[in-house]
Design a protein around this ligand. Structure first.
Ligand SMILES: CC(C)(COP(=O)(O)OP(=O)(O)OC[C@H]1O[C@@H](n2cnc3c(N)ncnc32)[C@H](O)[C@@H]1OP(=O)(O)O)[C@@H](O)C(=O)NCCC(=O)NCCS
Length: 177
C-alpha cells in the first residue's frame, strides 16, 4: 500500500500528453500496475517493454485529432498522478477513460480532473457528446461519472468479463461548467 499524499499539497494540473512526460508516465504505470489491474484489464508485459514506441504512436494519433490524452501532474515535482483520455473522436463524439495513482485516490482529484476536462472538451476540442463505461462493481468510477453529469444510457457491455454500464454526457456550454 503506497503512502497517501499529504492533505495540503497544491492542486495538480491537467496537461495535454507530450513526449517529455514519458519517464514520469512509465513510473506512474509501473507503480500502480497492480492497483489498476484490480479494476481494469492489466496492460500486459508487452506494454512496458514497448512503452516508448507505444507512446510515440499515441502522440501521432493525438496529432491527427483522433484522441486527446491528458496527464494529471503534481505541482513542483512533475510526478504524474493520473491519466484522463478522450479517444475515438468522431463527429463531435468521443469516449472518456481515466485512472488515478492509488496514493492520490479518495480526495476528489478524479472528479475535479473530469470537470476540467469537460470544460476543455467544449472550449477547445469542440465535442458535443462523451461516452464512458464502468464495471458495475467499480463504485469509485461510477461515482466520478455521476458527479460529473454522466447518466447511464441503460446499455450494458462486458468489460473483460465483468458486467459494465454505459454512460453518456451531453456537452453544452453551460452543462460543462
Ligand atoms: C476510479 C478512480 C479514478 C477514482 O479516483 P478518486 O480520485 O478516488 O475519485 P474521487 O475521489 O473523485 O471520487 C470517488 C468517490 O467514490 C467513492 N468510492 C471509492 N471507492 C468506493 C467504494 N468501494 N465504495 C463506495 N464508494 C467508493 C469515494 O469515496 C469518492 O466519494 P466521496 O468523495 O464521497 O468519498 C480511481 O479509483 C482509479 O483510478 N481506479 C483504478 C482505475 C479505474 O477504475 N479507472 C476507471 C475505469 S472505468
Amino acid at each position: 500500500m503506497p503512502m497517501p499524499m499529504p492533505l495540503h499539497t497544491p492542486r495538480p494540473r491537467l496537461e495535454r500528453l507530450r513526449a517529455d512526460h514519458a519517464p514520469a508516465l512509465l513510473a506512474f504505470e509501473r507503480e500502480n500496475r497492480a492497483f489498476f489491474a484490480a479494476s481494469v484489464p492489466d496492460r500486459g508485459d508487452a506494454y512496458f517493454a514497448e512503452f516508448e514506441a507505444r507512446l510515440d504512436s499515441l502522440l501521432a494519433e493525438q496529432s491527427a485529432g483522433v484522441c486527446h490524452f491528458h496527464v494529471l501532474v503534481a505541482e513542483g515535482t512533475g510526478e504524474i498522478l493520473g491519466r484522463f483520455n478522450i479517444v475515438d473522436v468522431t463527429d463531435g463524439t468521443a469516449d472518456l477513460g481515466f485512472r488515478l495513482a492509488e496514493k492520490a485516490t479518495g480526495r476528489g482529484l478524479a472528479t475535479t480532473a473530469v470537470h476540467d476536462l469537460l470544460t476543455l472538451c467544449t472550449t477547445t476540442y469542440a465535442l458535443t457528446t462523451l461516452h464512458a463505461a464502468a464495471a458495475t462493481t467499480n463504485t469509485a468510477s461510477r461515482a466520478v461519472l455521476t458527479r460529473t453529469g454522466f447518466v447511464p444510457t441503460g446499455e450494458e457491455v462486458m468489460l473483460s468479463g465483468k458486467r459494465g454500464l454505459v454512460f453518456v454526457r451531453e456537452l453544452t456550454e453551460t452543462a460543462a461548467r
